[in-house]
Design a protein. Structure first.
Length: 244
């Protein structure tokens, strides 16, 4: 069965349009299902400016459906996947709004730290959304949420979810590695793992009253030892100064 969006019998007058080459300004004609076309003037391959790659951001059959995907899209594909992972995490967690909220805060801090550290945001954010995804299995199998149990159960659920979304094996493996070890950080860890550790640490610190009774100099000196990234340390000092 052909996707209705790509079947010409469902097209309207806007399905074929003209635009200008962003490289040289020469007129170009696009069909709406063209992923790319070469400019007749400068010969550069141009991405269809109106194409909605929506499902292609997570579908493992995207290339068979759309043809060879443009390099610009391939570079963004893993990053787009994180939004699908966030949706699946919320669906899987159901009514556990407390943990969903905590995970969202970790992801928020992870994105801020990751951007400044130039980490791989696709890896960092997918790991942030999935690092506690095994909580249901942990409670059912161990009746405890100790970190070692979470690290044991979460990778299995995370892998199933990412495979269902058609994520690349390389991306899955790195995310699973972080999910399975995020509570045992070390200075020689990967940058992506350090970013998630700092985001998780900051989220927990914001929710407690750990600074009470400790002067700023002593408190911030402790932060220098706790956080593994410069951006995480700086964000912690900024956020905790405001909340304490």
């Amino acid at each position: 069965m052909k996707c209705p969006g790509q079947d010409t019998q469902y097209w309207n007058k806007d399905a074929i349009f003209e635009t200008k080459c962003p490289e040289c300004g020469h007129p170009m004609e696009f069909f709406k299902d063209d992923a790319t076309r070469r400019c007749a003037n400068c010969k550069k391959k141009i991405v269809n400016p109106r194409m909605d790659f929506g499902c292609a951001s997570y579908c493992k059959f995207a290339e068979q459906c759309l043809g060879t995907l443009p390099e610009e899209f391939i570079a963004q594909r893993d990053d787009l996947l994180k939004d699908r992972v966030a949706v699946e995490m919320k669906r899987y967690m159901g009514t556990d709004f407390k943990r969903i909220g905590h995970t969202a805060k970790v992801a928020n801090f992870a994105e801020k730290i990751g951007k400044k550290e130039r980490a791989n945001l696709a890896v960092v954010l997918c790991a942030a959304y999935l690092y506690d995804i095994g909580v249901k299995n942990v409670l059912e199998n161990h009746d405890s949420i100790k970190p070692e149990y979470m690290e044991k159960e979460s990778p299995k659920v995370a892998r199933e979810l990412m495979e269902k979304l058609g994520a690349k094996e390389e991306l899955i493996n790195e995310v699973i590695d972080i999910v399975g070890h995020h509570n045992r950080p070390a200075q020689d860890d990967s940058l992506n793992r350090k970013v998630l550790h700092d985001a998780d640490m900051l989220t927990h610190m914001v929710s407690c009253e750990g600074k009470n009774g400790v002067d700023d100099k002593e408190f911030f000196a402790k932060l220098d030892r706790l956080f593994l990234t410069t951006a995480g340390n700086e964000l912690a000092k900024q956020v905790l100064r405001q909340t304490n």
